[in-house]
Write a protein that binds this ligand. Structure first.
Ligand code: ADE
Ligand code: ZN
Length: 340
């Protein structure tokens, strides 16, 4: 395969704020008079050195996206970048500050802005997954979830949790996940990134999620790997993110291939690409170089991700055609609806 940028891809794990181009953040920060001291490095990228400083930089950067107009522009910019990397279907995590304020009106304005931004980008279909932030605590999660569930859904199909896995316990958020499930949303949670196998087990048992964000540290417990495979739990694996955040020294040492070989349902995403100087194309190129993966493996990744996607059958059927070379079959009209 010559140009992996062109290979059709599905991305299930991307944070909208985390995908913000640094140049956009710098411009908005200057326009809004926000203090972004220390946010950028000398090359103009985001400055951080470990998971804790990454999360702090993420929160600083997110503050330039507090009004709907900026949120729409952000969504458009992120989707255009994904389309340029061959992504034909994507599910995007939303965590604007207003999700946590419990202010239903503000949340709704931000959600509608993200919809408007998505409407401007033809050629790929997208769905949204609001996420609560674990280290903001259970009370913030509860009020944010309640506000989100009162508002219209639009492209929202799932609900999840991101943030610092070392803070609190999944059971502290069980009520939010139960309400989201009751409301018909599909569930995913970050686990097995900075927490070990017990953290993945807790996400499955206490939150009832069907997908795990990352989940790679399940590899440390063979019985958990067997359970993930047997139960068909999908892992949203983000190898470039894991390498950048120091979980593994190299892709060769990363468990992505071993998890697949053990029968786990593995998908590939970028998480927060500008923070990690990553793109979906680079992810695929590294997998090809390191593990010798080619069209067969990439097509299998596509099918696994499509099966695990939270959209409905009509959208899945339209997206499936893209793998067979139906480049024109997913028009902007498909992105706008039917939103199954
Ligand atoms: N939010 C954005 N990126 C994240 C990551 N890699 N882990 C947890 N929370 C996040
Ligand atoms: Zn993530």
């Amino acid at each position: 395969m010559t140009d992996l940028r062109l290979f059709p891809k599905i991305e299930l794990h991307l944070h909208l704020e985390g995908a913000a181009p640094p140049a956009l953040v710098r411009r908005l920060g200057a326009e809004q008079g926000k203090d972004l001291t220390g946010l950028f490095d000398e090359g103009g990228g985001y400055a951080w050195s470990d998971f804790t400083t990454f999360l702090a930089a993420y929160e600083t950067m997110s503050r330039v996206f507090e009004d709907p107009e900026t949120y729409a522009d952000l969504t458009e910019a992120v989707l255009r970048e994904q389309a340029a990397n061959g992504v034909v279907y994507t599910e995007i995590f939303l965590s604007p500050p207003s999700l946590f304020g419990g202010d239903c009106g503000r949340w709704e304005a931000m959600r509608a802005a993200a919809e408007a931004g998505a409407d401007r980008v033809p050629g790929l279909a997208c769905r949204f997954i609001p996420v609560v932030i674990r280290h903001h605590g259970p009370e913030a999660a509860r009020t944010g979830t309640a506000a989100m569930l009162k508002a219209p859904r639009g492209r929202i199909r799932g609900f999840g949790m991101a943030g610092d896995e070392r803070a609190f316990h999944p059971r502290d958020f069980a009520g939010c996940f139960a309400e989201a499930r009751e409301a018909g949303l599909r569930l995913t949670a970050h686990a097995g990134e900075f927490g070990g196998p017990e953290s993945v087990r807790a996400a499955l048992d206490d939150l009832g999620v069907e997908r795990i964000g990352h989940g790679v540290r399940a590899i440390e417990d063979a019985s958990l790997v067997a359970r993930l495979a047997a139960e068909g739990v999908t892992l949203e694996v983000c190898p470039g993110s894991n390498l950048a955040l120091g979980l593994y020294p190299s892709l060769a040492a990363h468990p992505v291939a071993r998890l697949r070989e053990a029968g786990c349902r593995v998908t590939i995403s970028t998480d927060d690409p500008p923070f990690f100087r990553d793109t979906m194309t680079k992810e695929y190129e590294r997998l090809a170089m390191t593990f010798g993966w080619g069209e067969g493996q990439f097509a299998a990744l596509f099918r696994t991700a499509l099966e695990a996607a939270f959209c409905g059958p009509e959208t899945k059927a339209a997206v499936a055609r893209r793998l067979d070379g139906g480049a024109g079959s997913l028009s902007s009209a498909e992105n706008e609806g039917p939103r199954t």
